[in-house]
Design a protein around this ligand. Sequence first.
Ligand SMILES: [Zn+2]
Length: 514
Amino acid sequence: MRTIDIFDTTLRDGEQSAGINLNTAEKLEIARQLERFGATVIEAGFPASSPGDFEAVEKIASIVKNSTVTGLARAMKSDIDTSWEALRVAQQPHIHIFLATSPIHMEYKLKKSPEQVVDIAVEAVKYAKKYFPLVQWSAEDAFRSDPEFLVQIINKVIQAGATTINIPDTVGYATPQEYGALFKFLKENVTGIDRVKLSAHCHNDLGMAVANSIAAIENGADQVEGTINGIGERAGNAALEEIAVALHIRKDFYKIDTGVNLQEIKRTSQLVSRLTGVAIQPNKAVVGKNAFAHESGIHQDGMLKNRETYEIITPELIGETVAPLSLGKHSGRHAFKDRAISMGFELTDEQINEAFAQFKKLADRKKEITEEDLFVLFTGKQIESADVPIYDLQNVQVQYGTSNIPTATVSAVVPTGEEVTVATTGSGSVEAIFNTLELLVKGEVHILDYRVTSIGKGRDALGEALVNLSFNGEVFAGRDVSQDVLEASAKAYLNAINRKLLKEKLKIKEPAIG
Ligand SMILES: [Zn+2]
């Protein structure tokens, strides 16, 4: 059976999409999970774009052992030098250099002739080879490039030492037939193409990213790039969990193996959704909430008689098990710690103690502690940043009645270290809290999106709040979990503001590529 490499760019192309801003601890947590998921390559970021990205790439490169870690770089020496600094600690240093090759990008964006573009690409790859054993070169906007020109530049880049050639459909314009044909053409016309890996990178603007990726595989691609849940710029990237499950379920047809640990799909998907704040549409293939729900009577009847009548994928395949949870109110610290370890968390003794105290408090208030609750609790501990929160909520109180004006009172520790209490009104409880917090943070805040969801089932389920806001013109997403949704909302609001302040502290620039 042929094996295809899975190149995950959740932390680079995915993180680049509107409103997502992950801190280093969150990126590390996602990288650890991507390693468990079985990604062949993890693109951890764009080291030269900001000190924050550099730090995250370096940390990920030093802890991830079973996946190759890479970083993105423009075709310039300074980017390659910076990438080396971040990636030299990796077990198998890998760099991803990109340069546009389509007429529109070369003329208007790069303002370079095709000959100049060839020279820049060759120079960059040669320079990178001095440091990196693995050099991937991407022809940005390859699908809209002249195929003859692609053959010419790829010939030279392979000679210069590239080990992987990526052919992205940067703007999501391709159809499966055309994209497959381009791979076939390159396979037949590029000298030495069989010595390197050929990679596909698709965007979902026309809803064809997964289909295009699979068409590329059928026509010779050795690697597919994408993100978990298909997040990414505009309509997103190809969803890796969909590709992995499609190739698995239709093994009879494709005869391809990906090395993905399918059992980790659910957890990876949930973690990425929770930390990025990007919700999964309920009807999304493989990981949507309704992906395994059978509503119609005829279907339910069929399912009862034989599940295979209407079910081609089982929830168990992607790790959605309802394992009985043996932990409860009376469980001891030892069993609790064992559970954390068996769920793959690496917490210090101090973190275990803190998590255990939170667990006991929760067990007092909540009838049944679920696997999901524990997952949220452990993840929360693991990503707790060493940076002290800049605004730290101490207390929130709301007075609400159907016939009087809601008033919120909030106490919080502010950046100067003092505790401040403010109060004001709003037309509803949440608005009163948000109005009060706006007084506290002293800036112009617009709420762009606000969602509250429950974690798991039941009336005593934990509430998760997500606030997408603009603070003095910049957009940030914040989230938090609490047993009370009003408290979760206030914390999520401050979480977004803290991200803004943390970003300023690190002077993070926006990467500007697709
Ligand atoms: Zn992309």
